[in-house]
Design a protein around this ligand. Structure first.
Ligand SMILES: [Zn+2]
Length: 309
C-alpha cells in the first residue's frame, strides 16, 4: 500500500531525532570516559609504582589529609569542616572503592571532625583512632552514635600505642599526646592533638594537628632527625610552630592547610616569617589548592595538584 505523504515525511524526522540522541549520548559517554582517564592519570589511580601518596586537601579552613600506602591502605587524618571531604575523596579514590582502612581524629574541633559524620555515612571505615578527650560540642555525640550503629572499632591513642603494621619500610608513629586523655577535659583542645610521624624509607612526614607551643616539647622528645615535610600546626597560628620547634624539626617543606580570607587571621605573619628565615619551601592550600606528597622511599616530592572540585 502506498504511504501517505505525511507518513513519508514523519519517518525521516524521527530517524534524525534518534540519530541526534545517539550522537548526544555518544558524546556524553566519550566525555565521561575521557574525564575518568584524565582523573586516573592525574591522581595516579593505577600508578604501578610502589608509591606513598599523601594528599593535603584544600578543604577551606580546616584539615583533611588522605594517606595511601604503597600497598593500597588508605588512612584519613581529619575530615575538614563540612561536606567538601566527600568531593575530595571521590576524586582521589576509585569510584567503586567505598572502604577507608583507618580514620584518625587529631582532636574534636569542628574544622577537623566536622566532615567525619558524612564520611562514616558514605564509607565503610575500618578503625577510628582518637584520644577520647572531651570536646565541647555535640559533634562527638553524632560520631559516637554512627560508630556504634556501624560497629566501627575505636582505638584510644597515646604515644605508647604500638605502631600499626602498614607495609614494608613504612611506619606511622604517634609522637603526642604523651598521656591518656580519655574522658578528660583540657583547657585547650588543640593541645590534645594526635601528632603522627609517617616514614617511608628515607621520607618522613610530620602531621601536627593543631598542636600549640605547650604540646611541642612532647613532640620534640621523639624527633631524632630532621623531617622532610611538616604539616604546620593550627593553620599557621601564631601560638604554634615556635622557632625552637622549627629548628629541631628542620623541615625541607612546610604545608599550611588554611582557608582563604579566614576569620582567624591564619596563617600569622610571624609564623610565615619564621618559615622564611629558615628557608623552608612553603605550600598553602589557600594559594596552591590541594597539595600532593609522593615518595617511593627516597626523597619525597611535594607539589601543588589542585583537584577539579
Ligand atoms: Zn584547626
Amino acid at each position: 500500500m502506498p504511504r501517505s505523504p505525511i507518513e513519508t515525511r514523519v519517518q525521516p524526522l524521527k530517524l534524525i531525532k534518534r540519530r541526534k540522541k545517539i550522537l548526544g549520548l555518544g558524546i556524553i559517554t566519550l566525555v565521561m570516559i575521557l574525564s575518568l582517564v584524565w582523573q586516573a592519570s592525574y591522581t595516579g589511580w593505577f600508578s604501578s609504582e610502589q608509591e606513598l601518596k599523601v594528599w593535603i586537601f584544600d578543604v577551606g579552613q580546616g584539615d583533611a589529609i588522605f594517606i595511601e600506602t604503597p600497598e593500597g591502605k588508605q588512612i584519613l587524618v581529619d575530615a575538614g569542616a563540612g561536606g567538601t571531604i566527600l568531593t575530595k575523596l571521590g576524586e582521589v579514590m576509585l569510584p567503586w572503592d567505598r572502604t577507608i582502612d583507618a580514620v584518625v581524629v587529631t582532636h574534636p574541633h569542628a574544622d577537623h571532625e566536622g566532615g567525619l559524620p558524612e564520611v562514616l555515612r558514605r564509607y565503610n571505615v575500618g578503625t577510628i583512632y582518637e584520644t577520647g578527650v572531651l570536646g565541647y560540642n555535640d559533634l562527638q555525640e553524632t560520631v559516637e552514635e554512627l560508630v556504634f550503629e556501624k560497629g566501627i572499632e575505636t582505638v584510644m591513642v597515646t604515644d605508647k600505642l604500638p605502631p600499626p603494621t602498614l607495609g614494608e619500610g613504612l611506619g606511622v608513629g604517634v609522637l603526642a599526646p604523651d598521656t591518656n586523655l580519655q574522658n578528660k577535659k583540657i583547657d585547650n583542645l588543640n593541645n590534645s592533638s594526635i601528632v603522627l610521624l609517617l616514614t617511608y624509607g628515607e621520607t618522613s612526614i610530620l602531621l601536627t594537628g593543631d598542636a600549640a607551643f605547650e604540646e611541642e616539647p612532647e613532640i620534640l622528645n621523639d624527633i631524632i632527625e630532621p623531617i622532610d615535610v611538616l604539616k604546620i600546626a593550627h593553620h599557621g597560628s601564631v601560638t604554634s610552630t615556635s622557632r625552637e620547634f622549627l629548628e629541631t624539626v628542620a623541615p625541607r617543606y612546610a604545608i599550611i592547610s588554611v582557608g582563604a580570607e579566614n576569620d582567624y587571621g591564619h596563617p600569622h605573619p610571624a609564623t610565615l616569617e619564621r618559615l622564611k628565615t629558615q628557608n623552608i619551601e612553603m605550600f598553602r592550600t589557600d594559594l596552591d589548592g590541594d597539595i600532593l606528597i609522593t615518595s617511593t622511599g627516597g626523597e619525597p616530592t611535594v607539589e601543588s595538584r589542585p583537584l577539579p572540585f
